[in-house]
Ligand binder design. Structure first.
Ligand code: SAM
Length: 244
C-alpha cells in the first residue's frame, strides 16, 4: 500500500483518512471555540477575505469543500442574498452536523452533501466557484482533489483555497514555539485533546508552501493562479480560474 504523511508520521494512505476522521470527530463540538482562541478571532477575517476574493454574486452556484463548520457557506449565502445555490460538503459527519445546525439556527437552509473532496459527486462544469478552507491540508491526494475542483468548475469559474502556509522566516522560531508548545496545551485544556492539535501543527509544516501550492494549482489546469499572504504568510489564500 502507498504511504503518505499524517503530520510528521509516515502512514499507509488508508490509515491517514481514518486518523484525520478521528481528529475531526474528536474536535467537532469545540472546533469553533478552539479556532477563535488559537487565532485570536482572526480566522473570521481570513474567511471573510477569502470569500471577498471569490467574485461570487447572487445567482451563482458555489461548492464549499471540507466546509465543516459552515463558516464559508454562511458568508457565501450572505453575498448571494438568497439567489443561487451554496452546497456545503465535508467527509466528516460530526463536522457537517455542527455546520448544519449552526446554519439552520441562523435561519438558513443549506444544501449539504457528505462527500470526499477527492471524489466529488457533482457533474462537470457545474459550479461558478469552488472553495476549500483549511481542508486541502488534510487530504491524502491533494493533486486529485485539485483535479476534481477543476472538473466541477464551469469555464471562467474561480477556485479559492484558504489554508495555513509558511510564515515569514524571521518569525518561524516564535511560530514553532507557539504551534508545538502552546497550541497542544490549549487543545488539552479546551477540547481535552492535545494530540489532534499536535497533528494540526505538524500538518501545517508538511503542507506545501505558497509557491509549491500555486504550482500544484497550475498543474491541475487552472489559469492565472496566485495567492495572497495573510498574517505574514501563516495563512494564504490561493486562487485560480478554469479557462479550458
Ligand atoms: N472549512 C471549515 C473551516 O474553515 O472552518 C472546516 C475546516 S477543518 C480544519 C478541516 C475539514 O476538512 C474537516 O471538517 C474535515 O472533516 C475535512 N476533510 C478532511 N479530509 C477531507 C476529505 N478528503 N474530503 C472532504 N473533507 C475533508
Amino acid at each position: 500500500m502507498s504511504q503518505t504523511h499524517f503530520g510528521f508520521e509516515t502512514v499507509d494512505e488508508e490509515d491517514k483518512a481514518h486518523r484525520v476522521a478521528a481528529v475531526f470527530d474528536s474536535v467537532a463540538n469545540r472546533y469553533d471555540l478552539m479556532n477563535d482562541v488559537m487565532s485570536a478571532g482572526m480566522h473570521r477575517l481570513w474567511k471573510r477575505f477569502a470569500v471577498e476574493q471569490s467574485g461570487v454574486r447572487p445567482g451563482h452556484k458555489v461548492l464549499d469543500i471540507a466546509g465543516g463548520s459552515g463558516d464559508l457557506a454562511r458568508l457565501f449565502m450572505d453575498r448571494m442574498q438568497g439567489q443561487g445555490q451554496v452546497v456545503l460538503t465535508d467527509i466528516n459527519e460530526s463536522m457537517l452536523k455542527v455546520g448544519r445546525d449552526r446554519l439552520i439556527n441562523d435561519g438558513r437552509v443549506p444544501f449539504i452533501v457528505r462527500c470526499d473532496g477527492e471524489k466529488l459527486p457533482f457533474p462537470d462544469r457545474y459550479f461558478d466557484c469552488v472553495s476549500v478552507a483549511f481542508g486541502l491540508r488534510n487530504m491524502t491526494h491533494k493533486n486529485q482533489a485539485l483535479d476534481e475542483m477543476h472538473r466541477v468548475l464551469r469555464m471562467g469559474g474561480k477556485l479559492i483555497v484558504l489554508e495555513f502556509s509558511h510564515i515569514a522566516k524571521s518569525l518561524s522560531r516564535l511560530y514553532d514555539l507557539y504551534s508545538f508548545k502552546v497550541i497542544p496545551r490549549m487543545g488539552q485544556w479546551l477540547v481535552k485533546d492535545a494530540e489532534s492539535y499536535r497533528y494540526l501543527a505538524e500538518s501545517i509544516r508538511m503542507h506545501p508552501d505558497q509557491e509549491a501550492l500555486k504550482q500544484m494549482i497550475t498543474d491541475a489546469g487552472f489559469s492565472r493562479a496566485g495567492y495572497f499572504n495573510l498574517a505574514l504568510g501563516a495563512v494564504a489564500v490561493h486562487y485560480g480560474w478554469r479557462m479550458i
